[in-house]
Design a protein around this ligand. Sequence first.
Ligand code: DGL
Length: 272
Amino acid sequence: MSSGNAIGVFDSGLGGLSAVKEFLNILPAEKIIYFGDTGRVPYGTRSRDTIRKYAFQDAQFLLSRNVKMIVAACGTVSSVAGEALEEKLAVPYTGVVNPTAYTAVRKTRNGKIGVIGTAATVGSHSYKLRLQKLNPDVQVFEQACPLFVSLVENGIIHRDDQITRLVVRRYMAELKDNGVDTVILGCTHFPLLRDAISDYMGEDVTLVDSGFETANYAAKVLKEHDLLNDDTSVKQPEFFVSDTPDGFKSVAGLFLGRDMEHTVTQIDIEQY
Ligand code: DGL
């Protein structure tokens, strides 16, 4: 059976659009329905219970649009609510932690992996636990980088920007001193800071993008379940947010790496 239903992707805000960018590249014939909880972002500073409640509401909204798969394109949700979502959802689900950890373990040469994410992600040790399950010999160094989310949401991302460089150095110095050769960008906002992070860490350090890895993994899951679309015409994504859609276009363009025609609709997420 092949399904024309959409793939549902959500994030606490707009960071998950870095995964949508990859979906549009890899699976142009799939329709993407994206929900960004812009009215309640950030999740990364909230309690486990709140993050879980929000994650289930977000998934419920996507299910109401009849999606065939749900992707939590959010390091925080994947870390704190991933297992519960996987257990309860009736459609295939993936978060970002497992596919990203898998790639990092394959990429490291010296066995020293850095993980950067929100406070909730790092506090859950989700990536560390997964990495050490995949290879008990790897050493994992974790660093919460809450200001990165604010920098990205405010467009302060350029590699030459003094503020960007300062914050990157502040957060990344210890990982650099510890000699990591691979860094997991464990939050879907962080790929936008890739250039600045890479300038500081040096080109020998591999940066693993959780959005990219997750989109590739989701494509594999859909193929295995025979859920890829039969109709090969290119589909336009549909976007939903929980706060005003004003300004969405310019910020979305940054994450998606292109300007595109799309509809953005505001919904009341508390109804789900
Ligand atoms: N995109 C979220 C993540 O991947 C970070 C933003 C937030 O704190 O909600 O963790």
